[in-house]
Design a protein around this ligand. Structure first.
Ligand code: F3S
Length: 755
């Protein structure tokens, strides 16, 4: 139905020659990661070796996937490009906006009402421009991608941090912001700093209570939440080959928790079995024909220290089940040490809720193993002491595990099946009583456990573990229970022990589904109308930004001189504003409200130079916009760090800010500003930041000679009639200067499309 066989054939058709060319320029055997990256260069065959951790490289990803929260602005922007169809196969997945409250059916029905306009928009825009659309209830983006789109040796980007899940099937899959997704769908290259590489050698074999989740829980403990930043993590070794494809997916998914760019496993028999079991035998055959290119070279895996920047070895035969947390996923406890840690730290030992499933852990293997424990609880007269929920990752998994009786088993244990959606994992959990903010413990098979993430309660101690451990602890209702050694008292007063979980990697009868929830796009979308209510508060079609007027820009008001940290959260706050992500004008009411004004040390209080009064930043800027007066934002070091949220660049552009002048930029934000046609400038001498005064009128000089590597000038016209003039730098290349002149990158694409 959904995968694009022709695209995959094309990718594989010259894979060997691309890998050979790369091996030649690099001059040594290649890791799998390098093979995939060099096989996806925007410019075709490799002509030079890239320096890891230094060189910025243009890539040509094969696919794009978007979830419903981030897809809105990505697609609104894509519409600006004037293309009749997306340039690469792309999909939208409605998973983030469904709130878990009572159970799957009712929660899904409520979401369909509450989010109707967003779903209608995403469905119609997908239909028009050739994107696959996965309806609410179809499943969670990463599980649906693994089941339908991931393929060995491929490269994809996705607008969600756990996109690396597809690495379980040998794909370089990287989480990005909506602006990047928009670019690739619009036919532009995608830029990434060539990553450094961590090799993780897995030896031995999992057994008993230990599962794939424990591998990544252990790795998180070793590398911490920052250890993977700037790295791709490549797993190899006999232990890696012994893991199921979905188990590998779990490990790659949670690589996001160590900050890794992505994680990946090579193609093997388990990958092949998963492809065949999920109705993709064609892809398995194609992959088999090029399989020597779909793993790292033997020499690399025999002498990993010579080829990876860092190497870790883990023996699966000795790996204990782990429980990580609370409040951070890298606080790793082997089960044998966990009970003591609970007692020593005074964490609530009573376990209130166990939650299994999510994009991280809802495979057939996960569910069947957890269900084997639930069945034991029933057989051994144990009543689960904690609440227990199951979040299937896709309708295909849900239907299959229902057919095979597992959901029934969970039901008998008191489990509640939630919608095939993110739900509690993204805080979409109407947990009753959470507002009382009581100290309590929950354990999940999800990936993140930061304070407030699941239920908004800062005192909820959330731990992450495998679905098997979550289920065992939920039966016990006690965090200090170690199912490997401890017994439980059953209803008859007997001491009983849980046996090791048992399950199946893949369903013996194959996967099945009645309605997977997929909507294919129209063959010819030209007549399809995109549905956006002009009165909507959540969605707004975009107008192209105006082109540069062709002169120096003079007389700008100082909107704010931001002091200290100014992250994308300070510039475009999340939380309650998320619902306006598809409405640029409404979300612009959060513009810079978190930034601290240098002149009064207050947030969201700046001088309106038209009235002399102090007021909120967005309202002040709107007053300038209404008066047709431009403004400038001045900032400190690393301005725009944090996320790749494109709203942080679009909002100032929309409200009429002409330039952002700072001591230094976070690179992604700087690029986002350039894409929107904004001037992103840095002080040549950072001390000039101190010269900017509150009442200055500011000129930007030299724009007619705007060229790569050539500085511009700033003139500060102070209120006392004195002036300060100094140089400012920029990092625009030729193409980016064209973006500035045209008023934004998408304006250029539209022009090139003749729209
Ligand atoms: Fe959704 Fe949680 Fe995964 S938010 S995409 S289920 S990490």
């Amino acid at each position: 139905m959904a995968f694009d066989l022709d695209m995959i054939k094309k990718v594989y058709s010259n894979y060997g020659s691309k890998v050979d060319a790369a091996r030649k320029v690099v001059g040594k055997p290649l890791t799998l990661t390098e093979k995939i990256l060099y096989a996806h260069l925007w410019d075709g065959n490799a002509s030079k070796a890239f320096k890891r951790g230094t060189d910025y490289v243009d890539f040509a990803p094969d696919r794009v996937a978007m979830q419903d929260a981030t897809a809105q602005m990505a697609l609104l922007q894509f519409m600006q490009a004037g293309r009749p169809q997306v340039a690469v196969p792309s999909t939208v997945h409605c998973d983030h906006l469904i709130q878990a409250e009572v159970g799957a059916d009712k929660d899904l029905a409520t979401a369909n009402i509450q989010n109707k306009e967003v779903y209608d928009f995403l469905s119609s825009v997908s239909n028009k421009y050739g994107l696959g659309f996965w309806k609410p209830g179809a499943g969670i983006i990463h599980q649906v991608v693994l089941e339908n789109y991931a393929f060995p040796g491929g490269m994809m980007i996705g607008t969600d941090s756990h996109t690396p899940n597809a690495g379980g099937l040998g794909m370089v899959a990287i989480g990005v912001g909506g602006a990047d997704a928009c670019d690739v769908m619009a036919g532009l290259a995608w830029e990434l700093k060539f990553p450094k590489l961590i090799g993780i050698k897995l030896t031995g074999k999992l057994s008993g209570w230990t599962s794939a989740k424990d591998v990544i829980l252990k790795v998180a403990g070793i590398l911490t939440v920052k250890g993977g930043t700037g790295y791709i993590v490549e797993y190899f070794g006999e232990g890696a080959r012994s893991l199921s494809a979905t188990g590998k997916g779990t490990i790659c998914n949670m690589g996001a928790e160590i900050g890794a760019t992505t994680s990946i496993f090579g193609y093997d028999e388990k990958s092949e079995a998963y492809l065949r079991n999920t109705a993709r035998a064609d892809i398995a055959d194609l992959a088999n024909a090029v399989k020597e290119h779909l793993t790292g070279d033997d020499e690399v895996y025999n002498n990993p220290e010579q080829y990876f920047d860092q190497v870790i070895e883990i023996n699966l035969s000795e790996l204990e089940p782990h429980i990580n947390g609370p409040f951070t996923p890298d606080l790793a406890w082997p089960i044998s040490k966990f009970a003591a840690a609970v007692k020593e730290n005074g964490w609530p030992a009573k376990l209130d809720v166990g939650l299994i499933g999510s994009c991280t852990n809802s495979s057939y293997e996960d569910i069947s193993r957890a269900a084997s424990l639930a069945q034991q609880a029933i057989d051994k007269n144990l009543i689960a002491k904690s609440e227990y929920t199951i979040t299937p990752g896709s309708e295909q998994v849900r239907y299959t595990v229902d057919r095979d009786g597992f959901l029934d088993t969970f039901g008998k244990m008191g489990g509640v099946v939630l919608a095939n959606a993110c739900g509690p994992c993204i805080g979409q959990w109407a947990r009753h009583g959470a507002e009382k903010q009581e100290k309590n413990s929950i354990i999940t098979s999800f990936n993140r456990n930061f304070a407030k993430r699941a239920d908004g309660n800062p005192n909820t101690h959330a731990f992450v573990a495998s679905p098997e451990m979550v289920t065992a602890l939920a039966i016990a209702g006690d965090l200090t229970f170690n199912p490997l050694t401890d017994t439980l008292t059953n209803e008859k007063g007997e001491q009983v022990k849980l046996d090791e979980p048992k399950g199946w990697e893949l369903p013996a009868k194959g996967f099945a589904v009645e309605d997977a929830g997929y909507q294919a796009p129209a063959e010819d979308g030209s007549k399809v109308e995109v549905l956006v209510d002009p009165k909507s508060s959540r969605l707004q079609l975009l107008d192209p930004f105006k082109a540069w007027e062709g002169t120096d820009i003079k007389g700008l008001k100082l909107l704010i001189k931001a002091k200290g940290k100014c992250t994308t959260d300070h510039i475009s706050m999340a939380g309650p504003w998320l619902k306006f992500r598809g409405h640029l004008d409404n979300i612009s009411n959060n513009m810079l409200i978190g930034a601290i004004n240098f002149f009064n040390d207050k947030a969201d209080t700046v001088k309106n130079h038209l009235t002399g009064e102090y007021g909120p930043v967005p309202a002040t800027q709107r007053a300038y916009k209404a008066a047709g007066i431009g403004s400038i934002v001045v900032g400190d070091e690393n301005y725009g760090e944090g996320s790749s949220r494109e709203h942080a660049a679009m909002e100032p552009r929309h409200l009429g800010v002409r330039a952002i002048l700072v001591k230094s930029f976070a690179r992604i934000h700087e690029t986002n500003l350039k894409k929107q046609g904004m001037l992103a400038l840095t002080f040549a001498n950072p001390a000039d930041y101190d010269k900017v005064q509150e009442d200055d009128l500011i000129d930007i000089i030299g724009l007619n000679e705007f060229a790569p590597g050539k500085s511009l000038q700033i003139v500060l016209n102070h209120a006392n009639d004195t002036k300060d003039t100094f140089e400012v730098n920029h990092t625009y290349n030729e193409q980016q200067i064209e973006w500035f002149k045209a008023g934004g990158a998408l304006n250029i694409i539209r022009k090139n499309m003749g729209a």
